[in-house]
Design a protein around this ligand. Structure first.
Ligand SMILES: Nc1nc2c(ncn2[C@@H]2O[C@H](COP(=O)(O)OP(=O)(O)O)[C@@H](O)[C@H]2O)c(=O)[nH]1
Ligand SMILES: [Mg+2]
Length: 314
């Protein structure tokens, strides 16, 4: 595949086109991924998640600049919430990312999640693989909020940062969101505001409640003022410590296998559904939906009729 060859050689236009192909999905995306897959697995993948306005973009920006100064190459993927009204990526993110533009050691891409049913995790996973294959040493993924797809995206990362900010209600937002379990590092951003110390103690108490971490990694809590580039160096070194821990403890390999398993399952699920839908689309499919809704058939039996027609016909 010619596109794959130029992408692997570090051609940015090939990379940009590759990500568009991954976003579109289908056979061309599968072929491209197949062609580059053996060249993946080198990048350190960092997920950044937190409520809208927590300062994720600002933080990603300052981390990227920090690592650029150290000579590292960085890929950034911003996943924006699907917005049926605006129908596109949030402009603010692109503008704030501007200081990084024009640097060949950085590649920034916004992924629009509109119109994709659960496909954003898949497309993002593919985009990460493409950046990895293109030779970027660090890949940062910014996801908004804590919905299912954000958790899935975070699961693709090796190091996940959960950003909390003081003054956004009494509870730590991640408890409500249920993404506490995925945090490798907490960042208490906007530490220039009142309540940062309280939030830090609250997080610390919560971590203590959970007992000793089963994987031997105690998530550090890093205060930051991303807007003023405060805490960036501490955060970067915490991320590097986590990476070292992953390798030294054998967790890197374990996580890789977990990710492989999850990805495999996701692809099979999608492919099976697509195939069945294509085969039975239209009348047969809709008729079964009608029958289920009318309680004439239960959904398990209906599913079995499609999955195992030879069995259920008996
Ligand atoms: N006070 C304060 N504001 C910040 C800090 N970091 C970011 N902000 C501001 O918070 C707003 C949201 O930041 P942004 O990075 O877009 O958040 P995102 O939605 O999580 O990506 C922007 O106006 C930032 O300038 C900080 O440390 N302190
Ligand atoms: Mg943002």
């Amino acid at each position: 595949l010619e596109l794959a060859q130029s992408l692997l050689a570090g051609n940015r236009r090939a990379l940009a086109r590759g990500i568009t192909i991954a976003e579109t999905g289908g056979a061309p995306a599968h072929e491209l991924l197949a062609a580059i897959y053996a060249s993946t697995g080198r990048a350190h993948i960092i997920g950044v998640t937190g409520a809208p306005g927590a300062g994720k973009s600002t933080l990603v920006n300052s981390l990227a600049l920090h690592w650029r100064r150290a000579g590292k190459t960085i890929g950034i993927i911003a996943v924006d919430p699907s917005s049926p009204f605006s129908g596109g990526a949030i402009l603010g993110d692109r503008i704030r990312m501007q200081p990084l533009g024009g640097d060949p050691g950085i590649f920034i891409r916004s992924m629009a999640s509109r119109g994709r049913l659960g496909g954003i995790a898949r497309a993002t996973g593919d985009a990460i693989a493409l950046l990895d294959a293109a030779g970027f040493e660090i890949v940062l993924i910014e996801t908004v909020g804590a919905g299912q797809s954000e958790v899935e995206i975070a699961a693709a990362a090796q190091t996940t940062l959960v950003i909390e900010v003081p003054g956004m209600g009494d509870d730590v937002q991640s408890i409500k969101a249920g993404i506490l379990e995925i945090a490798d590092i907490f960042v208490v951003n906007k530490a220039d505001r009142d309540g940062a110390d309280g939030l830090i103690s609250q997080l610390r108490a919560m971590l203590r409640l959970g007992g000793p971490p089963p994987n031997g990694w105690e998530p550090p809590i890093i205060p930051a003022v991303a807007m003023r580039d405060q805490g960036t160096a501490e955060l970067a070194s915490a991320i590097e410590r986590h990476r070292t821990h992953l390798h030294a403890s054998g967790q890197q390999a374990a996580r890789d296998r977990e990710r492989a398993s999850r990805e495999f399952q996701l692809i099979i699920q999608e492919a099976a559904l697509e195939r069945l839908h294509a085969r039975y689309a239209g009348a047969a499919w809709e008729a079964l939906v009608d029958q289920i809704a009318a309680r004439e058939i239960d959904p398990y039996t209906a599913a079995a009729q499609l999955l195992e027609p030879e069995v259920s016909r008996k």
